[in-house]
Design a protein around this ligand. Structure first.
Ligand SMILES: [Zn+2]
Length: 352
């Protein structure tokens, strides 16, 4: 890991944007957040009534799962509906005809975006930061983002309490709210007390503009990130008990985070190595934006071996309202098995 860079100063609008009431206990100690309605102006009428396992064809609620001494919470930022042909051209159209229950009313794939908050003891790691004001290319689907900081506030988690932000990869739906412009229109870290971490193999090609697919804003993300980024390699421990596993292919240095918890448990945050549960069963079906299909297939092979190990959970950013689960393998192959996860808040943005 590289040396820690100096912290940037913050100014007016940024400070105001981040002004939150800091809870002594935050998510770990919170019951139902008092201002959950504020987080859901178009809410579905009480997250506590949501089932503990949601639907694959729905946008994700803000859900939390405790594994050993680690708590994970999906801090939802965005609604996305992916075009099954545009985003997943390798999946035969007949598959969707046979599984209409996996598609939304508009015939698309429900895929929320956001960050996963990892809490252990008093420390807070945020993996990815949602779509923000970015939008999907029309050929890939429709999207509406920007709720990440609002969702955090509703959870009574202050942006300043996040000590580390780590990216699975640098695509726009994972980097949207990394930086906010201050009064002088200068992008500043949205999480001013956090280290910003990216795999060296991801940073280098994006920084040298060798990647165009899904690349984030140069001025509003890459340049400000260049001032604070800390880079890591395959196998590095990037946070206590969290190890980077480079799973390239979707992007050059796409990273899975392997979170170790008490009792020999593990949680794999596998980023966009898989976009829909069908790819767990058919890992030979790549996604349209993958830059290196052969590498994706190899990475998935590695991941499926690890995901089917005992005491292993996984988090999947884009698996509808079934983002927490396990991978089970039987005579029919591997499949995604969603696990119950407590809903804290409804999805913050209604589907378009
Ligand atoms: Zn994504």
């Amino acid at each position: 890991m590289t040396d820690r860079p100096p912290k940037l100063s913050r100014r007016g609008a940024l400070r105001a944007a981040l002004a939150t009431s800091v809870s002594a206990t935050g998510v770990l100690g919170a019951a139902a957040p008092a201002d959950s309605r504020a987080a859901a102006p178009h809410g579905s009428g009480g997250a506590h009534r949501a089932p503990r396992i949601g639907a694959l064809n729905a946008q994700s609620a803000v859900r939390t799962l405790t594994v050993g001494d680690v708590r994970l919470t999906y801090v939802v930022d965005a609604t996305m509906e992916l075009d099954p042909v545009g985003f997943l051209p390798a999946v035969p159209t007949g598959y969707w005809r046979e599984h209409p229950e996996q598609l939304t009313a508009s015939g698309r794939i429900a895929a929320s975006a956001g960050g996963v908050l990892v809490e252990r003891g008093r420390r807070r790691l945020l993996i990815d930061v949602g779509l923000g004001s970015n939008v999907l290319a029309p050929s890939l689907g429709i999207s509406h983002g920007g709720a990440l900081l609002r969702t955090l506030r509703a959870l009574q988690v202050s942006a300043r309490s996040i000590d580390t932000v780590a990216f699975t990869h640098l695509h726009t739906d994972h980097t949207g709210l990394g930086f906010l412009r201050d009064d002088h229109q200068v992008p500043q870290p949205a999480f001013p007390c956090a280290d910003y971490l990216v795999a060296d193999r991801e940073w280098e090609p994006f920084w040298h503009r060798q990647v165009t697919v899904g690349a984030p804003s140069w001025d509003d993300f890459m340049v400000p990130l260049s001032r604070v980024v800390r880079r890591f390699g395959d196998g590095d421990e990037i946070w206590p008990g969290v190890t980077a596993l480079i799973t390239p292919g979707h992007s050059p240095g796409h990273t899975t985070y392997v979170i170790s918890a008490t009792g020999g448990r593990r949680v794999l945050v596998f980023g966009d190595a898989f976009h829909t549960p069908a790819q767990i069963t058919r890992p030979d079906w790549p996604s349209g934006p993958d830059v290196d299909v052969d590498a994706v297939l190899k990475a998935r092979h590695t991941l499926l071996d690890r995901l089917t190990a005992p005491r292993t959970h996984a988090f999947a950013f884009h698996f509808g309202d079934q983002v927490f689960g396990r991978v089970v393998r039987d005579a029919n192959g591997a499949r995604w098995h969603p696990v119950p996860a407590r809903p804290l808040l409804p999805h913050p943005i209604p589907p378009a």
